[in-house]
Structures are given as structure tokens and as C-alpha cells.
Design a protein around this ligand. Structure first.
Ligand code: DON
Length: 337
């Protein structure tokens, strides 16, 4: 997609954000310049998601020092959906270890849509990465806990620690998806047939469906992202949620697959790891600097929020977040710009 960022320029990655007032200004600008954009469609394959007000639009930047910058509907609640995959993955890596998750789930992009059955078949039952539904189901199956209820408690508590507050379940979203998630049930059965899930696959789908129905805001996503940007410590609560090495693993996975088959394009244009969800959220993580949360329900063909991508592209450029951007050094070691 074309990402019009106007004449904001390309600020390079410096290791620090600009000053407080400049970040405030840019967050407001990211919202203002995209608020009239109407491109994209609201998701309707989960029936209740089609009832959302498509005009909602919120942007939030959470700095790793705990500072918060808000614009628009940044406190409006919506279901986290696929963005939960990133944080459940981090919690599972922290609990069971890098190698177990790598072997069982993988880290490579499938190049296919997030709910592809064909991707599982093409890879002999290996999900390939934890951000597509097959890999997310395989990851949720690895969550510690003897019962589905225990696994659910682990996930709900863990995501709350990332957000720094309890995250309620949207019962209506859960019920709507539970009644229409035959495809995820089929994927879980397929994984079971390949030996990739060794507990009750339908119980795994139920826990996964619940994790997707947790309510967050753009502010929550920004704080959750800032926790991954801050070596695993929530910058608002000060609590360590996961190990720093887990953040690194998670961000690498997001860079490869966070925006599904559009992940390469996202990385090329925006240059920082991100994760989208079909309710319209996107979380973006600038390591050592900040988390960005956006919410706008109209999606592109791959299921990624259109205004969210634009706002994030603008902020990445203007705040100097792109991890691939560098500058010529002067002989005294300072940046030439
Ligand atoms: O499993 C599903 O299809 C949804 N609960 C989540 C999908 C999703 O968010 C894809 N994101 N863009």
C-alpha cells in the first residue's frame, strides 16, 4: 500500500525519542492527518465485529520511561484479537524456553493468509510461525497449566501484567467467535493429526478464542508494546513481565510475520516490528524507545488497519524509529544531521 507521510522527513534511529513536546505534537499530527481516511472494510467474518463504529480512531505512544501520549479514541475498548498472539508467545517462550517453541511452532513467514489451512498442509503440519492461527493455536497448547481453566488464568494474568491493568473478556465477542470459528477448530484438528497439539484441540481453540476476546485500548497496546521495548519490564508499573531475551525473540518473530503476508512491506516502509488484529488494533515496538498502539477498524485485504498503518508509518519516520535507518558519522563520532 502507499503510505503518504507528507514532508515530515526521515529522522534516523538515535536511541532516544525527541523531547516530550515534540512527541505530543507528532502523535496529534499522526491522528489529524489520517482521521478523514475512509479506505478499507471492517471485519465481518466474526459477526459482532461488523457492528463497530468504523469512524473510531485512536493513537498512543508509550515511552520506555512510562510517559504516555494520546490522541483521539485512544481509550476506546476493542478486542485484542490476533495481537494477543504476540504476548501469549512471549509468555510461553518465557515459561517453556526458546528451543521448545522454536521446534514446535517455528519463526518463518508462511506467505499465506493468517487462517490458511493450505499453509499447514504445505509444511507437513508445521505451523511455521506463531502469528498465523495455526501457530498461535500450537503456542496456546504449550501454555502451562493442567486444565484449560489454568491455561486461561495464565494468559489473562500475563496479558494484564503487560498492560499494567486487568483486561476484561468481552463475552459478546467471545460468544460470536465461538459460534463461527469452525475454521480454527479444523486447523486445530489438523495440527492434532500431525502431532503438533498433544492436548484436546477443541479446548485449545476455546482458550485461544478467549484470549482474542480480551478488551484493550490503544493506550493498553502502547504500554504492552513499551514493555517489549523495555527489555520485558512494564515501564508504567515497573514489573518485570518476561525476560529481555524473550522480548528479542518476540520482536524478531513480529518483524518476520506480524503483518502476515504483508510483513515484508510493513518492515520495508515502517522498519519496526508490529502486530495487527482484525478488530483494528496494531501494536508497534521500537526497541529501547517506545510502544505504539493504534485503533481504527477499517482493514486492508490482509486484515491490517488502514489508518493504523498510516499513523504508525508517520510516527516511525518522524520519531526516528526505523531500525534500518542510519546516518553518516562525522570524524568526532556524532551524527551528521
Ligand atoms: O482467530 C481469528 O480468526 C481471530 N480471533 C483473530 C484473527 C486476527 O486478528 C487476524 N488479524 N488481523
Amino acid at each position: 500500500m502507499e503510505l503518504d507521510v507528507g514532508d515530515v522527513g526521515q529522522a534516523v534511529s538515535t536511541g532516544t525519542l525527541p523531547g516530550w513536546d515534540r512527541v505530543e505534537e507528532l502523535v496529534a499530527a499522526a491522528w489529524h492527518r489520517n482521521r478523514d481516511l475512509r479506505a478499507g472494510e471492517v471485519a465481518d467474518y466474526i459477526p459482532i465485529l461488523a457492528e463497530v463504529d468504523p469512524e473510531l480512531f485512536g493513537v498512543c505512544v508509550a515511552e520506555v520511561d512510562g510517559g504516555i501520549h494520546l490522541a483521539g479514541d485512544a481509550d476506546h475498548p476493542f478486542s485484542i484479537q490476533s495481537i494477543s498472539k504476540a504476548f501469549v508467545y512471549a509468555l510461553v517462550c518465557d515459561a517453556v524456553g526458546h528451543q521448545v517453541v522454536l521446534d514446535r511452532v517455528g519463526v518463518d513467514n508462511t506467505g499465506l493468509p493468517f487462517n490458511s489451512v493450505m499453509a499447514v498442509e504445505l509444511n507437513d503440519g508445521h505451523p511455521r510461525n506463531p502469528m498465523v492461527n495455526a501457530g498461535a493455536l500450537a503456542t496456546t497448547a504449550l501454555v502451562p497449566g493442567a486444565t484449560p481453566a489454568a491455561k486461561w488464568t495464565f494468559i489473562q494474568d500475563g496479558l494484564a501484567r503487560f498492560a499494567g491493568r486487568p483486561l476484561p473478556l468481552d463475552e459478546q465477542v467471545y460468544a460470536s467467535e465461538a459460534a463461527t470459528n469452525q475454521r480454527n477448530r479444523a486447523i486445530a484438528r489438523l495440527l492434532e493429526s500431525y502431532g503438533r497439539i498433544d492436548t484436546d484441540p477443541l479446548a485449545v481453540v476455546d482458550v485461544y478464542t478467549r484470549q482474542c476476546a480480551l478488551l484493550v485500548s490503544a493506550r493498553d497496546l502502547a504500554v504492552m508494546g513499551a514493555t517489549l521495548a523495555d527489555g520485558g519490564v512494564n515501564p508504567v508499573t515497573g514489573e518485570r513481565v518476561v525476560a529481555a531475551s524473550v522480548c528479542q525473540d518476540t520482536l524478531a518473530v513480529l518483524a518476520a510475520s506480524g503483518l502476515y503476508e504483508r510483513s515484508g512491506e510493513w518492515l520495508y516502509e515502517i522498519g519496526v516490528p508490529g502486530k495487527s488484529g482484525v478488530a483494528g488494533g496494531i501494536v508497534t515496538v521500537a526497541p529501547g524507545k517506545a510502544g505504539i498502539g493504534t485503533f481504527s477498524p477499517r482493514l486492508d485485504g490482509a486484515g491490517n488497519s488502514v489508518r493504523g498503518q498510516r499513523a504508525t508509518a508517520y510516527l516511525s519516520r518522524a520519531l526516528g524509529l526505523n531500525v534500518f535507518a542510519s546516518d553518516v558519522r562525522t570524524p568526532d563520532g556524532r551524527s551528521s544531521t
